[in-house]
Design a protein around this ligand. Sequence first.
Ligand code: BTN
Length: 257
Amino acid sequence: MPTVEREGGQYPFLYLPETESTNLYLKNLLLEPDGVEEFTTVRAAFQTAGRGQQGNHWESERDKNLLFSVYLKPNFLLAKEQFLLLQAVSLAVKKFLDSYTHDIFIKWPNDIYWKDRKICGILIENSLQSDYIMESIAGIGININQTQFVSDAPNPISLKSITGEEYDLSLMLDEILLRIRKYHDLLKEGDWGDRETIVSEYKQALFRKDGFHLFNDGDCDFLARIYDVLPDGQLVLQTEEGDLRSFYFKQVRYVLV
Ligand code: BTN
């Protein structure tokens, strides 16, 4: 596999004009006997079956956006610390987008929003062995140059629609991979203070961090404010009455009005 030179080293990199899904492509590479080097990255110009969270399809017009997956080996993280990896990757994407525009937030647990519209989706697939995360495929789709969205995905937006500018996707990929690498190294080599920094940066970056907003728990809408996010990823909401309610992913959703 060809390699690409980046700050901090050379990494195997594959650019595919078309594939089913970059996450799936990397997953299949892992089955080959030669193994896969950490930070191997697969980018595609088009995915025929881009995967989203909860079995959803990820829409992306050919050649317009960043669609890529990075292979990580975060075996320094316990399985119960999986949420830290998700926080780190979300922050890397947020910080990357912050360098192009304002109003970028992380919508719990790991959607990236501009104002109240989705600009990026992240699909992290971990494989666990006993108590540790052995391997991880971090799949990231960032809407960059696409200006019209046809699927029924809620509120999509691209960077070009925000700024009016057209962007060079390969340059951007280098920038974002560097940020992922930095957060990865902070998790791997940093101390507890560094982990706490990641946790607090994540909380600071949350969409609708302040004030009361509408949420839905599957039964009904209710007004609540974000009170905390627990280490296992649970979102703790405080209702208007002062009650605390904790939710795992999929147990609650923001109501976007
Ligand atoms: C979401 O539903 O928000 C997650 C979307 C993740 C999409 C990216 S695009 C690159 C990588 N390959 C996939 O098939 N999915 C992820």
